[in-house]
Structures are given as C-alpha cells and as structure tokens.
Design a binder for this molecule. Structure first.
Ligand code: AMP
Length: 283
C-alpha cells in the first residue's frame, strides 16, 4: 500500500491508475473499525484501485466540538488499511487543503439544516466542502459511504447531483458491535457505564421496527415505541427521534412504503447517532 500526502503526487498516482482500471474512493477521519474496513473491502471487491483519505476535517467541527481530542491512530490505521486491500492511503495536510486565503464553501441548504444540522449548524457545510474538494482531486468511479451517517449520505448525494459529479455513490450497511451499538471512532470515549448503556439506542430503533411489524403505521405511535425504550435509560437524553422521507428527510405522519428512522441521543459528553430503515411492506 502506498501512503501519500501531497495532492499533486496523489493526482499523478491516480492518473496512472485510471489507465488500468476503475478507482474507488473512501473518505474517512481514521481510527479504523470494522465499519470503515467494510467500505474498503467492498470498494476493493468492486473496483481495481482503492484510495482512502484519512483527514480529520476541521471545517466540519463546531467551535465547541471535539476536533482537538478526536482520536488519531495513524500507524495502526496504516496496517488495517493495507490488510483491507487499500492501494493508496492519502493523508492530506491541512496546510495544503486550506492555504492562506481559502474561502470557498459548499452549502447544501435545506437538507443540512435538519436534524443533525440543528445541533451542529455548520457541520454539513464542512462535510460537503471537503467531499467536493476530494472528488475533484480523486475523480473516482465510485464513492463509498456508510449508512451509519445517513443524513450525511443524503447531503452528499444532493451535492453530487447538483454539481454534476459523475461518480456513483455506494452506501453500505451500518456495522454493529455484538450488542447492537453502531461502530464509531468516538465510542472509545464512552466510560464503562456509558458503554453499557449505549446499545439502548439501537434497541429503541428495534422497538419502533417491532411496532411496524405488528402493523403500526402512525408515526407518533412508532416514535413513542422508540422513545419509551430510551426513557428507561437515565444516562441518555433524546436529541431527536424522527421518522422521515428517505430522500428529503422531511418528517412523515404515516409510514406508507419505506422511511428512515433517525435518532440522536446525548450520553455524558458524547452524542450518539443511529438510524434504521423501516419498511411497511414486510408484514
Ligand atoms: P468517519 O471516519 O467517521 O468520518 O467515517 C468514514 C466513513 O465510514 C463514513 O462514510 C461513515 O458513514 C462510515 N462509517 C462510520 N461508522 C460506520 C459503521 N459503523 N458502519 C458502516 N460505515 C461506517
């Protein structure tokens, strides 16, 4: 596996790679877990050359968020990416990505303001800006993202359509711990007691799914099934719990076909997010 930082050398590597086959791109912030590795492995199975970016993007952190304490484990990440079949690990520098005078931003307006956007006002602007920059540099055939960050996939899909990127977007399922907790680099910061409580988030989503399987279609009732599980866990407070349209993320009153159940909770100093696609057809 090659490791490069400099943008020019990455472009040169990819120019040569494109002559021999398809290029897959997996953007990450590092501290690789099975969720990240599943994206890399699928990318390798579907494309000839896999490039993974590892960059903790300051633009997507709010002023009071955890940019400075976000975990970083480069040497471990190198080994894991190589074992997953990655061809190029790209560790761009902040200085080269955001040189003095940098002032361009990509704003996906309406989608970015909902749900996560209420607690994290400039988060998706930071995400859309860095992903647009990366897509310009890498020009991949396929971009791999995780469903774990569902709203992020919607924002990026909209941005790619609006800016006419030809890259195909591939969204892969959330990888979970055995107890159901969605894997996340931030889980390392949960205390032992918080870690014990954390799987309750997924259990709440499953309670909503069970209500749907039992025939419930009213959004308020489905959401109450999830909320009643979360309320049994005193360490958690609900940030939002919403049943939404899969594309525009507007809240729905009734589940007709399929919809996304989105959830965010606070636990200690951390926020956990998760989601589940609910399907009215499997009854
Ligand atoms: P991050 O390093 O957290 O920015 O995540 C990089 C990519 O990995 C994003 O597309 C995430 O949605 C995806 N990802 C993070 N956690 C998981 C997970 N548990 N399962 C699947 N994909 C994930």
């Amino acid at each position: 596996m090659k490791c490069l930082s400099n943008i020019q050398s990455v472009m040169k590597f990819l120019e040569a790679a494109r002559l021999t086959g398809t290029v897959a791109f997996v953007p990450t912030m590092g501290v690789f877990h099975e969720g990240h590795l599943s994206l890399m492995q699928k990318a390798k199975a579907e494309c000839d050359v896999v490039i993974v970016s590892l960059f903790v993007n300051p633009l997507q952190f709010g002023p009071k968020e955890d940019f400075n304490i976000y975990p970083r484990e480069l040497s471990e990440d190198r080994k894991k990416a190589a074992a997953a079949g990655v061809d190029l690990l790209w560790t761009p520098s902040e200085k080269e990505l955001f040189p003095q005078g940098f002032q361009t931003r990509i704003e996906v307006s309406t989608l970015s303001q909902k749900w996560e956007g209420i607690s994290r006002p400039s988060h998706f602007q930071g995400v859309a800006t860095i992903v647009a920059k990366f897509l310009h540099i890498v020009q991949p055939s396929r971009l791999y993202l995780g469903q774990k960050d569902y709203q992020q996939t919607c924002v990026i899909a909209r941005m790619m359509a609006d800016l006419h990127f030809k890259t195909k977007l591939c969204i892969l399922p959330t990888v979970r711990e055995k107890d159901g907790l969605a894997m996340s680099s931030r889980n390392k910061r949960l205390s032992a007691a918080e870690r014990d409580s954390a799987p309750m988030l997924y259990r709440a989503l499953q309670a909503a799914e069970q209500a749907v399987q039992a025939g419930e279609r009213n959004s308020g009732t489905i959401l109450r099934a999830a909320a009643s599980v979360l309320k049994t866990e005193r360490r958690m407070t609900i940030d939002y719990l919403a049943l939404c349209d899969e594309t525009d993320l507007n809240p729905l009153e009734q589940l007709v076909d399929q919809a996304m159940l989105l959830a965010a909770v606070k636990i200690g100093s951390l926020r956990l997010i998760d989601n589940l696609r609910l399907n009215a057809r499997f009854r």
